[in-house]
Design a protein around this ligand. Structure first.
Ligand code: TPP
Ligand code: MG
Length: 719
């Protein structure tokens, strides 16, 4: 149906495509080149949002002088190599203002790198890309996306999260400097900037991260706060009247103010103040007026977060001394001015850094070799040499314990594997105890154990920031609290970052802590995140294999789901090799003779229930197979032939057992299978009592097997 809006948009797009609105000879009457550049950013943003008929034009227009001053005069960023390791980072936490970044990337002439961030190509953002803002497959999606548009340092849009990610980048900057800089060799000394709005500062994740940044005295971190007193529903007096400056001072930040976003001199002074501050992160509070179009008609034309409309754009352009009918116009001299500013400075910075790196290579070949591995996302030779072997043991150990041992064996060989926990490292067993690991603190920025505090959401965001800077981060909490980290956790998948999320206390098996601490729906919801590998190993043998898989990841995050309680270490002479974990699911044991008539499927601690039921069924003369299925994602990647081998379609009698919500298991249980899982919250009681109450006993698995066998024989063989 041709709504008016759609018609307008289509006509607009076709005029723009044909260049009918372009008046190339007409130039703005702006004499100052800096003003001209700022106006170019503004008009590109307006035109892009108008062409897309969606998006937020107001904030980009108001913040244009801020991003311009920062990039043109301060940011150490070489447009020719947006992956240069010691570049300053700029994170647009207010991701809804994405055109601001796209216009800047375009005007600065930033070149594209491939998704592995290794090979350089053409422009990151062309004028055509800006014309096609928010269109399918365009380089300018609605919100900035890492790996999709070069020069975008982090995927942003979920407010608060970009700012928190920047804290991770600043920690990484400190860590890299402490570990790799040597006297006379400041290989790492870059700064991290994030541009935030009211929404960012309202979000809990940003508060968590700011508190951590203040504690860690991250003087290489600068948040710029667009204090425009407005968000979607209206003025901030509706819901946000706190004193932000005082709050940040209380966090231990250095707070400075710029009274007018158009005052480039004051902005410059604020950035200099940041650079001079040796001990604290800096918050630059910039007072601004969100643009609704020509200032004469403030607030009358468009609602917040909507295109301005063509008439309003013309009026606004006139106000800027811009030809009102020109669209996507980059006036003469603008590209050149950017090239002479950020371009020239960035190139000089990178050239001298490359020369420094050459000398560093000679002086410290080992360290330089490590950096090459970091930058290529590779592991050192022999990274797995220390991984222990766990002998069969009927009593066994918790998978959190075996994981802690494997982790430390790996950490001994991968110096840039850094760990952190949201105040639960003693419980999650993620503390790195290898020689010299130490704690990361303001006074010891080379430490490999981050104390992230009880701040799960910021923990995941910080881990993303560490990963974006080349480190191999892990962070940990209880599985139940993965919910608290979800926003940043899913961004690790969206950004394709090899972050390791370690979640222990993985079931009602936590016992006495009760239903508040017993995860139910968390496994299903983690499995629902595209691109997140979820692995729930059943014993120490599978834990070893899980770490092998996880360490080999280069563009995927993983969630390791581990038990609090001890689990037997399987005798792999009797049961299949744990290496089967790499395929996601594998046959652990089959009937002594003949084909299986029923398949028992389990993950983690419940694999042992399935094995006990297998013995019982064997004694009863039932031919059963046990399948360990620790990772759906890895299993789904196997060829159909392999999957059918493990779960033969002809064997329809099946039991799935997992101490979690049953959602999704139908795919493996099939129509005649029985799923033993959790359909309610848990309860506070000793583990044994819970297992009986909720039906996690070998007897329950045996009777479920019989029930499924009966269902199959009642239906009959379809063949
Ligand atoms: C976590 C999250 N919640 C809600 C939104 C939707 N949203 C986008 S912009 C916005 C208002 C942001 O206000 P502010 O940060 O002050 O930015 P301004 O409108 O001033 O540019 C909201 C609620 C979001 N992007 N992320
Ligand atoms: Mg605002």
């Amino acid at each position: 149906m041709w709504t008016r809006k759609r018609l307008r948009r289509t006509l607009w797009a076709s005029y723009v495509d044909k260049g009918m609105y372009m008046t190339p000879t007409e130039q703005p009457t702006i004499t100052d080149t800096d003003d001209l550049c700022v106006a170019t950013i503004r008009t590109l943003c307006m035109d892009a949002v108008q062409a897309a008929a969606s998006g937020h034009p107001g904030t980009p227009m108001a913040m244009a002088p801020v991003i311009y001053t920062l990039w043109q005069e301060f940011l150490r960023f070489d447009p020719d190599d947006p992956a240069w390791p010691n570049r300053d980072r700029f994170v647009l936490s207010a991701g809804h203002a994405s055109t601001l970044l796209y216009a800047t990337l375009h005007l600065a002439g930033v070149r594209a790198v491939d998704p592995t961030y290794e090979t350089l190509g053409g422009p990151a953002v062309t004028l055509d890309d800006i014309r096609r803002f928010r269109q399918l497959d365009g380089r300018c999606p609605g919100h900035p996306e890492y790996r999709w548009t070069s020069g975008v340092e982090a995927t942003t849009g979920p407010l608060g999260t970009g700012a928190a990610t920047a804290v991770g980048m600043a920690i990484a900057g400190r860590w890299l400097a402490a570990r790799f800089n040597r006297p006379g060799f400041d290989v790492f000394d870059h700064d991290v900037y994030a541009l935030c709005g009211d929404g960012d500062l309202m979000e809990g994740v940003a508060a968590e991260a700011a508190s951590l940044a203040g504690h860690l005295r991250l003087a290489n971190l600068c948040w710029i706060y667009d204090n425009n007193h407005i968000s979607i529903e209206g003025g901030t007096d509706l819901a946000f009247t706190e004193d932000v400056a005082t709050r940040f001072i209380a966090y231990g930040w250095n707070v400075t103010r710029v009274g007018d976003a158009n005052d480039r001199t004051a902005l410059g002074r604020a950035f200099e103040t940041f650079r001079r501050e040796p001990h604290r992160p800096t918050l630059v509070i910039v007072d601004s007026q969100i643009a609704f179009g020509a200032p004469t008609k403030q607030g009358t034309a468009a609602a917040h977060g909507e295109p301005l409309g063509e008439e309003e754009i013309r009026a606004t352009k006139r106000f800027y001394n811009w030809p009102p009918d020109a669209h996507f116009l980059v006036p003469d001299g603008v590209y050149e001015h950017f090239a002479a500013g950020v371009g020239k400075r960035g190139r000089a910075e990178r050239d001298s850094w490359l020369a420094l790196l050459d000398r560093y290579r000679e002086a410290y070949p080992d360290l330089a070799g490590q950096l090459d591995l970091i930058w290529r996302g590779q592991l050192p030779d022999g990274w797995d040499a220390n991984i222990p072997v766990f002998p069969a043991d009927g009593r066994g150990l918790a998978t959190r314990d075996s994981s802690g041992k494997v982790l430390n064996a790996v950490a001994a060989r991968v110096p840039w594997l850094v760990g952190g926990s949201a105040d639960l490292a003693p419980s999650t067993k993620t503390r790195l105890t290898v020689d010299g690991a130490g704690d990361f603190q303001a006074a010891s920025p080379g430490g490999r154990n981050l104390h992230l505090g009880v701040r799960e959401h910021a923990s995941a965001a910080v881990a993303n920031g560490l990963s974006l800077s080349g480190l191999r981060p892990l962070w940990s909490t209880f599985l139940i609290f993965s919910d608290f980290a979800r926003g940043a956790l899913r961004l690790s998948a969206l950004m394709e970052l090899p972050v390791i999320h370690v979640f222990t206390h993985d079931s009602i098996g936590v016992g006495e802590d009760g239903p508040t601490h017993q995860p139910i729906e968390q496994l299903a919801s983690l499995r629902a995140v595209p691109g997140l590998l979820v692995i729930r190993p059943c014993d120490a043998g599978e834990v070893v294999q899980a770490w092998r898989v996880v360490m080999g990841l280069r563009q995927e995050p993983a969630a390791l789901v581990l038990s609090r309680q001890a689990l037997p270490t399987l005798d792999r002479a009797r049961y299949a090799d744990a290496a089967g974990l790499a395929r996601g699911g594998y046959v652990l044991v089959d009937p002594a003779d003949g084909d299986p008539e029923v398949i028992l499927i389990g993950t983690g601690s419940e694999v042992h229930l399935a094995l006990a039921a297998h013995e019982e069924l064997t004694a009863q003369g039932v031919r059963a197979r046990v399948v360990s299925l620790p990772s759906w994602e890895l299993f789904e990647r196997q060829p159909a032939q392999y999957r059918d081998q493990v779960l033969p379609p002809a064997v329809r009698a099946r039991v799935v057992v997992e101490q979690a919500a049953t959602l999704g298991w139908e795919r493996y249980a099939g129509p005649d299978g029985v799923i033993i899982g959790m359909r309610t919250f848990g309860a506070s009681a000793p583990l044994r009592a819970l297992q009986t109450k909720f039906g996690f006993t070998p007897q329950a698995v045996v009777s479920a097997a019989r029930q499924s066998l009966a269902a199959v024989s009642a239906v009959g063989d379809p063949a």
